[in-house]
Design a protein around this ligand. Structure first.
Ligand code: ATP
Length: 464
């Protein structure tokens, strides 16, 4: 397509060489000697003051992290109506299908990860949100539980809630929404994580391995991401219902989280420490696991993941009706439960492929299939478990015979020994009888893709 009517010539301060700027339906082109093409999705702002033009965009040089660029220059032969129209059309195209200037609630946890959340927000995230004309209502969380209280009582007229923290704060926000006076409407507010925690599983699931720890990519998602419905779980223990959005871990898998809380300064390494500590102890996981099966065939499950990637929304993800939190469906002793009888080393159940960079725990997970993925490691040797974890960052252990992988509507755990713990989204609960069931499409995330970004592991040529 012709771009001539859209060409502008500007001069950066102190230079005589012109920069030619133009755009097509897909790119903003900037030419000054060499040329770069910025995808319009990465263009977030443009303004002029009659003579000077400023364009803000997110740019990545080769494999570097993304960064905010502000291109500023004096326009050659300025004509105000032409400049107005040029900017209006550029922004219209750059924000196609997305509201410009989102109204955002921003929660910053100064305590998460390596405690850099506040400076990352000030230096990197806020300039991007401001350049995109977002209006911000920023709160620094003051204690554990603060985000829960905020989410429980917040007004619902925000376009998104931005979480500058790790997965723990997202767990709090989801539980706050569950106790909001309008829980279903609260869950319609999209959640957008900015990864400043240790594991940052949700950010990895939304943005993928390459961008999951990139705070600029996350800020761009805040500005341009589209709402994606996602299932959440009710974890019910002793009559108390807790919302879980990511995982429930028992046995060796729980060791990753439990007792490593005081090691947040280590960043992600605390999970590796937790894993090796668990491997040294090598305790079995004495539980009875029963489940309402939906799918047991690993090949079929990964076919569904590939099919889902061709769509930006699910056929089955229905918008929640009503205002009350969905009732529990499986609270009575109904039929159709299967029991896993083999001895187990760990059980990890959840939603979203990654729980951290070291572990793609649920390669077959879909955001909105209304099911929970259960990975149950049968008791085997230390060496086999160690080998399984060697391929875990890419989810290769999925294909191991000694890993049972079940898609279920619900599951139950009965402990067979008095001691132990279960980690729910990383928070510690006692190992007492519990049940988990799914609520299809109850919560909302912002996503660049409309599906999880992870690439599931291909079936190995030789079976293991
Ligand atoms: N001001 C604060 N002081 C102490 N703790 C806080 C404060 N604000 C929030 N918290 C608590 O910090 C905990 C850790 O936060 P979060 O889980 O987001 O980070 P993380 O554990 O480093 O990352 P991840 O969960 O991704 O591994 C949360 O459980 C939250 O309750």
């Amino acid at each position: 397509m012709s771009t001539s009517r859209r060409d502008l010539r500007i001069y950066a301060v102190g230079t005589k060489k012109p920069i030619i700027i133009s755009y097509t339906d897909e790119h903003l082109s900037i030419t000054s000697g060499s040329a770069i093409q910025v995808p319009l999705r990465q263009v977030i702002g443009a303004q002029h003051n009659g003579r000077s033009l400023e364009i803000s965009y997110i740019w990545r040089k080769k494999t570097d992290p993304m960064t905010l660029i502000k291109l500023v220059g004096t326009v050659d032969d300025p004509d105000e109506p032409v400049l107005d129209a040029w900017i209006t059309t550029l922004l219209h195209m750059a924000y196609e299908g997305v509201k410009r200037g989102r109204r955002l609630k921003v929660l910053i946890n100064p305590h998460s990860g390596t405690k850099k959340g506040v400076s990352i927000f000030n230096k990197t995230v806020e300039p991007i949100l401001r350049a995109a004309d977002c209006s911000l209502d920023v709160i620094h969380t003051e204690r554990a539980g603060h985000a829960y209280e905020i989410a429980k009582t917040m007004s619902l007229d925000y376009d998104a809630i931005v979480i500058i923290s790790g997965d723990g704060l997202i767990h709090e926000v989801m539980n706050g929404f569950a106790h909001h006076e309008q829980p279903v409407n609260a869950f319609k507010i999209p959640i957008a994580p900015v990864p400043t925690g240790s594991g940052n599983g949700l950010s990895l699931n939304i943005l993928g391995m390459a961008d999951g720890f990139d705070v600029c990519a996350a800020a761009l998602n805040v500005v341009k991401g589209l709402p994606m419905k996602v299932d959440v779980f009710s974890f019910t223990q002793n009559g108390k219902r807790t919302i879980s959005f990511m995982s429930q871990a028992l046995g060796l898998a729980a060791d990753l989280d439990i007792g490593t809380d005081n090691l947040r300064w280590m960043g992600e390494a605390r999970f590796t420490y937790g894993f090796f500590r668990g491997l040294v102890q090598f305790k079995s996981c004495p539980i009875e696991l029963s489940y309402k099966a939906a799918e047991l065939d690993k090949d079929k499950m990964l076919d569904s993941v590939q099919n889902r990637k061709t769509k930006t929304t699910s056929d089955s993800a229905n918008d929640q009706e009503g205002t009350a939190l969905p009732a529990l469906k499986y609270s009575t002793d109904d039929e159709g439960w299967s029991v896993l009888s083999e001895p187990l080393l760990y059980v990890y159940a959840g939603k979203g492929p990654y729980v951290g960079r070291d572990l793609m725990a649920f390669p077959a997970s879909l955001p909105d299939d209304g099911l929970i993925d259960i990975a149950a490691q049968l008791v085997s040797s230390r060496t086999e478990v160690l080998l399984n974890f060697a391929g875990a960052p890419k989810g290769e252990h999925y294909w191991k015979e000694n890993l049972k992988y079940i898609k279920a509507h619900a599951y139950r755990v009965k402990p067979l020994a008095p001691k132990g713990a279960v980690a729910v989204d990383g928070e510690v609960f006692p190992l007492e009888e519990f049940q988990v069931e799914t609520h299809q499409g109850l919560a909302t995330l912002l996503s660049p893709y409309g599906h999880y970004a992870a690439e599931p592991p291909p079936r190995p040529k030789t079976s293991t």
